[in-house]
Design a protein around this ligand. Sequence first.
Ligand code: NAD
Length: 474
Amino acid sequence: MTAQVLVKDEFLLSRILSRQRAAFDRDGEPSLAQRKADLRKLKTAVLARRSEIEAALNADFGNRSAYETRIMELVPIVQTINYLRRNLKAWMRPERRRVAIHFTGARAYVVQQPLGVVGIISPWNYPLSLALIPLATALAAGNRVMLKPSELAPTTSAFLKRMLEELYGEDRVAVVTGGADVGATFASLPFDHLAFTGSTAVGKLVMKKAAENLVPVTLELGGKSPVVLGPDADFETAATRIAYGKLANAGQTCIAPDYVLVKDEQAEAFLSAYREAVAKLYPNGIGSETYTSAINARHLERLRDLVTDAKKKGARIVDVALSSSANAQSLKLDPVAILGATDDMAVMREEIFGPLLPIVTYHDIEAAIAFINDRPRPLALYYFGSDGDARRNVLTRTTSGNVTVNDTLMHYVQNALPFGGIGSSGMGAYHGPEGFKSFSHAKGVFVQSRWNFGGLLRPPFNRLTDMAIRYLLW
Ligand code: NAD
């Protein structure tokens, strides 16, 4: 992109931000009724355009199962909006706080005030829900929003632009499309808050840009989310739930189980349970319409390279799909399990983001915990097994963004739970009351009473001052 175009982008984006901020300053914070109406409008529009949405996602992926779009994009959006609408009134209520005894008569409370203009940068893997869920949360908190969706899902991004600007007008919600250059310009704007969902590498660049303007950030990043199979795990159930988490959206899910840790003598038993589970979920193999494609040829190539590299370095690659009847144009990759993967293989160093499942063995649960703690803190951790010391140990001695026990992915759809990473998997959270708070400023307000003890602490000092000090230092 030429320097001239970049300057033009910067000018256009700054102008939108100024317009939104001026509108925010002019109109003040929206009422509860207005926020609920905004959210309802979004839900109605999304539901009315369901088939357009499913077609847009299918176009972006080449093949995106309509069921995956319904279950993993539409349902979470609608459920989030319902949850926000139900809870908004309580969250917006000023929260009374206690005052110390020498301020008796005065009042203190906290109000959750909208921040102003929130910038949102979203990724391609769930291009609708990962744009609209933060957006709905920011609107619920009373903000205006500028959204930069991913260039790798251009049909969905164009759809978002059309729908949102029609619904709200550019001074309330503006959508800016473009690639990394536009993203970089976007991240350098002096927003009141910037929420970024994407890779850890780009997250670092975004935070650096935001720091120049002291813009607070929420970073929803990626990483390698482990599954620990406890010694007493039920493999049939675990394998089905792991296969679902791994293969939904063909593994292109930030919280997809990245690799499995299993007790050494149980690895083969888990492998055969995993093969059976995949066969049940996808009886027609990857030729099935319900098996989603890789987003593009570059991504598919990256995944193939991971397999080739692992194989070359001595790993055993096991095909886990029943048949491989997809045509070459469909950009679908055979799901495989990888046994004997080691740290020198790229598949154990990079986030996989595809249908490859390394099965790593541990000797005892301490070794599994050490394996996780030797690596960057994951976005999600999964544990399978009944309650007991092993499970308690894994949950208390590892740190991850979230945990699901005896399933995969499901913490994400618990509306009341915060969702976010820690360390290199991110910072800050949305979903639940935490989401509303991330996009609000908790403003403490103190209202002094007409008559109060404070006067005793002002000069001229006297005996009563001494008594008051004695009391306060007690
Ligand atoms: P990405 O980081 O490549 O891109 C994300 C967004 O950032 C896109 O809109 C892109 O245009 C923009 N961007 C690119 N370069 C930029 C720059 N220099 N400055 C500002 N913006 C820039 O991520 P992706 O490939 O779209 O998504 C996959 C990654 O996202 C994976 O790592 C995955 O784990 C992660 N992810 C995390 C979550 C979560 O909730 N934690 C959810 C989905 C995906």
